[in-house]
Design a protein around this ligand. Structure first.
Ligand SMILES: Nc1ncnc2c1ncn2[C@@H]1O[C@H](COP(=O)(O)OP(=O)(O)O)[C@@H](O)[C@H]1O
Ligand SMILES: [Mg+2]
Length: 354
């Protein structure tokens, strides 16, 4: 069984400080939904509000269509996994998984059957008799998931569960988590400050900044069509050129910047005279292109095999980043070279400053 989760104008205040402001969204049943944003932006507060550890100062949380006001955390159809996992080191893996069922008074045979089923689900079928500290970090992570699933939540809430793992394992666990979610079919609400995690795992992402949800969409749309300067700068690398709109027409705007006048798409319909930032991705900024051209000096070339990052200093002192891929990596300029750069207007986005 799975459930949808709705927030309607949810605000959470701690004293005079507003941690979450006017959050409204609907997460579908069975969806893998992420909240993405920097540390302190209110992600954990939203998760604790959904799980019932915090009551919103105003607004409503609904799970499966039911208003959750006054329903305590242990009565909600949710389970929560933290970064610290909080497994019991003295118990076996199977006993850890069965713990929630023991608290609820299930018989030993029912508990062990459920533990076995869940350990198979997370690919730990042969590890049930081990102690938790005999397992690797990634295996412990899967035990924590199996334990949370034992009480059959309709919604699983995950608060940065991979952040304590090393990079390789973290990347592997992304695929594991996504595969487990597909197998169990319940709603996963995942919190992370790591845009790579959010982009690779999620059906949809809510990008948060300072207590507010700035944009909701699938990974492709938040990456290719950011609608605020914060989202453009936070999700992926971006070159930002600040200035003022000089003229507009046919969905495009020309921005006057210290590096020259550049043309880009104008999704929000900014008008002439408005302060603006033009964003162009490193993979869309090309050496030698003559459209929207400027000049810069190469300061850094980092060869990564399939990719090369080229750092440059533009004539106004600002830093630019060019990403070369595939066969282009052979044509990286040497450090100190002055190069012409440019981009296609369709690849640039003009947005109001944050
Ligand atoms: N119980 C609390 N009392 C006061 N301030 C809090 C409390 N919990 C969180 N905050 C503040 O709310 C803001 C958001 O915190 P949090 O939701 O934990 O952010 P995130 O999970 O995105 O890092 C932070 O500034 C934090 O200091
Ligand atoms: Mg947090």
């Amino acid at each position: 069984m799975t459930a949808d989760v709705e927030l309607e104008a949810v605000t959470v205040r701690f004293g005079t400080f507003t941690a979450v402001e006017n959050a409204s969204l609907k997460i579908e049943g069975g969806e893998f939904f992420s909240f993405l944003g920097p540390s302190g932006c209110g992600k954990t507060t939203i998760l604790r509000t959904i799980s019932g550890f915090i009551e919103p100062s105003s607004g409503q949380v609904r799970i499966g269509g039911r208003d959750m006001r006054g329903i305590g955390a242990n009565k909600r159809p949710t389970a929560l996994i933290f970064q610290s996992l909080a497994l019991f080191p003295m118990m076996t893996v199977a006993e850890n998984v069965a713990y929630g069922l023991r608290v609820r008074g299930a018989s030993k045979s029912a508990r062990m059957k459920k533990a076995e089923e869940l350990l198979n689900l997370v690919a730990l079928g042969d590890q049930g008799g081990k102690k938790v500290d005999e397992l690797s970090g990634g295996q412990r992570q899967r035990v924590a998931i199996a334990r949370a699933l034992a009480v059959e939540p309709q919604v699983l809430l995950l608060d940065e569960p991979l952040s304590a793992l090393d990079l390789k394992l973290r990347q592997h666990m992304r695929n594991e988590l996504r595969a487990i979610q597909r197998r169990v079919g319940i709603t996963f609400i995942y919190i992370t400050h790591d845009q790579g995690e959010a982009l690779t795992m999620s059906d949809r992402i809510a990008v948060m900044n300072a207590g507010r949800i700035e944009q909701i969409g699938d990974g492709r749309s938040v990456y290719t069509a950011p609608r605020t300067a914060f989202v453009a700068g936070f999700v992926g690398e971006n070159n930002a050129m600040r200035g003022k709109v000089a003229s507009v027409g046919e969905g495009f705007a020309v921005v006057e910047t210290p590096l020259g006048a550049f043309r880009g798409t104008n999704p929000l319909g900014l008008t002439a005279g408005a302060p603006a930032v033009l964003f162009v991705r490193p993979e869309a900024l090309h050496i030698g292109s003559t459209e929207n051209a400027c000049t810069a000096a190469t300061t850094e070339v980092a060869y990564e095999g399939n990719l090369t990052h080229v750092g440059l200093r533009a004539d106004d002192g600002s830093h630019l980043l060019v990403l070369l891929g595939g066969g282009e990596t052979r044509s990286a300029p040497p450090i100190g070279a002055r190069v012409g750069l440019g981009f296609d207007a369709a690849d640039a986005i003009v947005l109001p400053p944050g």
